[in-house]
Design a protein around this ligand. Structure first.
Ligand code: PMP
Ligand code: GLU
Length: 405
């Protein structure tokens, strides 16, 4: 249908019309807008470390600028960075990859999307255990495939069982997305639990596994386990990681995948047509992060552990909230459905989105409603903020929830 000459064009593609905006980024934007108007908002919505990027990484970036890293890089990233990523995977996970298996992208977000765009055809199904990170299902939509959601419960620490996985598989299943440590629940799959999922997947050699390990280093329990460590699955695991969370580098936009060579080639082709290689200076910073001293990673993890303990203690003292003990990442994801249907003055809490909005308006604390994570009876609190802010925020949340009747 043609629009009249002076009529404003507002029609966007079907893809964009059916895509939901990122709820994490939306809540953070709302919180920043309120802050700009002078409101004292505590932003626990978006998940990003509040630490500054360590100095040695910043210095490597400054040096890269002076050394004229101002040209296009290879589309899949500088060979030295891809080698450093391969070395890191060997060092930390005993996984052997060559630089040909690695593709560096503008953040792990792009790496996940590249992976899906490279393997999923319209009509294919991708299994996504819920609660899931907000972008997975929307990315699956971009491919024309459909997400098959497997709901997990607090009783099983929000982890999918082998039985649940096998029931979700159909002849149309193309991939499974696993995220451990998990955003938003903080759950961490043990090697043993991964083994039981692997034994199901072994029976289905055509299913890819996209393993999002961006929170690898923020694990309070045990050594990080990757599903790529099971040799029988190795040729169909697409391992995703990056420097955003472990090195406090969210704004630098460097993520990567380690994948079978044909997938790495496919992503190289894809990236070559729509983004080219990621920022040259950021890649040099990421190289310094991966090859330099790792004490900063340990220090930040210990700070996150103290914050987790603090926030969980506060959460357990608030009647009506129930959260699992997160074992990794930097989120708590309490159930809040006991407040649905309650009111305070002109506000009524009907669901987790309205609860999150109520907390923003009433307590000036930004969180994210659970629906966008596939868990509408929960809401997410990011504890990647200082202890002082967390104490104040949890007191405000407790106060605002206490007056709901
Ligand atoms: N995966 C998960 C589970 C995340 O929480 C995030 C959040 N940033 C990403 C991927 C993307 O990370 P980035 O693009 O900053 O590397
Ligand atoms: N991954 C972070 C979060 O879940 C950053 C925001 C985003 O990329 O969605 O809050």
């Amino acid at each position: 249908m043609h629009t009249k000459k002076n009529e404003k064009m507002t029609n966007v593609s079907q893809l964009i019309s059916q895509l939901s905006p990122s709820e994490t980024l939306l809540m953070s934007q709302k919180s920043n807008e309120l802050k700009a108007r002078g409101v004292d908002v505590l932003n626990l919505s978006v998940g990003e470390p509040d630490f500054h990027t360590p100095d040695h990484i910043k210095e490597a970036a400054v040096k890269a600028i002076h050394d004229n890293y101002s040209f296009y890089s290879p589309v899949n990233g500088y060979p030295a960075l891809r080698q450093a990523i391969a070395d890191k995977l060997e060092r930390d996970s005993r996984l052997t990859y060559s630089p040909n298996h690695i593709v560096v992208s503008n953040g792990a977000k792009q790496s996940v999307c590249n992976a899906l765009l490279s393997i999923v055809n319209p009509g294919d199904e991708v299994i996504v255990p819920a609660p899931y990170w907000v972008s997975y299902v929307e990315m699956v939509k971009m491919t024309g495939g459909s997400g098959v959601i497997v709901s997990t419960s607090i009783d099983n620490h929000y982890k999918m069982t082998a039985l649940q996985l096998s029931k979700a598989i159909t002849p149309r299943t193309k991939a499974l997305i696993l995220c451990s440590p998990s955003n938003p629940t903080g759950s961490v799959y043990t090697k043993h639990e991964l083994a039981s999922l692997a034994s199901v997947l072994e029976e289905y050699p055509d299913i890819y596994i996209i393993s999002d390990e961006i929170y690898e280093h923020i694990n309070y329990m045990s050594e990080h386990a990757s599903i790529a460590q099971f040799p029988e699955l190795r040729d169909r695991v697409i391992l995703i990681n990056g420097v955003s969370k472990a090195y406090a580098m969210t704004g630098w936009r460097i993520g990567y995948m380690a994948a079978p060579e044909h997938i790495a080639k496919a992503c190289n082709k894809l990236q070559g047509q729509y983004t080219s290689g990621p920022c040259s200076v950021s890649q040099q910073a990421a190289l310094a992060a991966l090859t330099g001293p790792q004490d900063c990673v340990r220090e930040m993890r210990e700070a996150f552990r103290r914050r987790r303990d603090l926030v969980m203690q506060c959460c357990n003292e608030i009647p009506g909230l129930a959260a699992n003990m997160p074992q990794g990442a930097f989120y708590i994801f309490p159930k809040c459905d006991s407040f649905f249907g309650k009111r305070a003055m002109s506000s009524t809490v009907t669901d987790s989105a309205s609860l999150s909005m109520y907390l923003l308006e009433r307590a000036h604390v930004a969180t994210v409603g659970g629906a966008a994570f596939g868990a509408p009876d929960c809401f997410r609190i990011s504890y990647a903020a200082s202890e002082k802010i967390l104490i104040e925020a949890m007191a405000r949340i407790g106060g605002a929830l206490a007056i709901l009747v």
